[in-house]
Design a protein around this ligand. Sequence first.
Ligand SMILES: [Fe+2]
Length: 69
Amino acid sequence: MATQWKDSFSLHHETIDAQHKELFRLANFVENIDARTITKIELSHLFNEFFTYMRNHFAEEEAYMASIE
Ligand SMILES: [Fe+2]
């Protein structure tokens, strides 16, 4: 079941909200993968993109939280 972004999730921070929306998009893309047709290379690239994006997002989000204490 796909999870959809809701305005109630907003932190009222343009960059962080945009990153969260992108994470929802990536998560929904992964959820909708057809295991019968995706190749191992495609899956590897997809998860690499997903985890790289998450790592960068968490670093930015933690820096933001530290900045507002
Ligand atoms: Fe986050």
